[in-house]
Write a protein that binds this ligand. Sequence first.
Ligand SMILES: Nc1ncnc2c1ncn2[C@@H]1O[C@H](COP(=O)(O)OP(=O)(O)O)[C@@H](O)[C@H]1O
Ligand SMILES: [Mg+2]
Length: 347
Amino acid sequence: MAAAPLLDVDGLVTGFEAGNRFVPVVRGVSFSIARGETLALVGESGSGKSLTALSILGLVPPPGRVAAGRILFEEVDLATLDERALQPLRGGRVGYVFQEPATALNPVFTIGDQIVETLEVHGVAYGAAARTAAVDLLADVAVPEPARRLDAYPHELSGGLRQRALIAMALACGPVLLIADEPTSALDATVQAEILDLLRGLKARRDLAMLLITHDFGVVAHNADRVAVMYAGQVVEQAAVEALFAAPAHPYTRALLASMPDAVPRGGRLPAIPGAVPLPGEFGNACAFAPRCAARFDACDREAPALVSVGAGHTARCLLYPAGTDLGEATGRQAPVRADQRAGDAR
Ligand SMILES: Nc1ncnc2c1ncn2[C@@H]1O[C@H](COP(=O)(O)OP(=O)(O)O)[C@@H](O)[C@H]1O
Ligand SMILES: [Mg+2]
């Protein structure tokens, strides 16, 4: 019998009260993460990735709220816990690296003070022992001269070192799960690569599970085991990383992959997906991606696709795939054609 996943999110609905209407932003998201596993959550800005992550630890800012779903972490449903019960998990069993680096470190305290505070609040270490632990943490995230850096203020550090300090803080209490929301998007390319290497090393050394949020498939390729692609508040495809790159099923995934810098011919322009992610409340009752979809056909404007299995551990939410489709033999990135459309397709 397989061990229970570390985190098992099932049917998560998160949204906002607007007037006397509830506007869903995250619309029935389900995924699970095993111990030591990295799941990447991918999608364009505005697809609901951050709200999904914030929902896990009850950090959705009002007027937002989790309206439905189960969030089993170590077999406890976090969706049923109150603030008091959630507090020790935040920065405790679950480390969090937030999307906005500017707000994550307090500018008036040194790096050391902030790591020490985290250790003390969680009762891990106090005083001199906490300072020693903080030096070890900075060393573990490869901050050079960690003892000296302990007394630096955030503004005295480069962007890359600040991000390392934040990661050290998230790891301070020995979490089993690290949620990292776009941990490198504010950094330049070289530093990004260094931080991603660091996260990969930490994952291996500490047997950390990770929810890694990104809009970059390069990050997915290098750091994740599995990937869930989100669009307009729903998971539209989920697969092991190799399977997703070898045989991407959803037209949205294909379009995202085609817009990766590596896919652009030398001197070519980065092909962007035409159109924009729909705003919450404007998802419609059919396929939310249809207006931008290269493989769209008539039914796409009428029917909302369900998430169906398209291969081993591989699911997709697209009307191209009636339940029971198996992409096992599919290779490359050619869009598959529905059996009933294959003959006489004029295009
Ligand atoms: N506090 C809020 N009030 C109203 N809408 C919000 C709020 N926070 C996020 N949203 C909306 O929810 C959508 C998804 O947000 P988010 O989870 O941040 O997406 P992502 O992280 O994928 O970019 C966005 O369209 C955003 O405008
Ligand atoms: Mg976000």
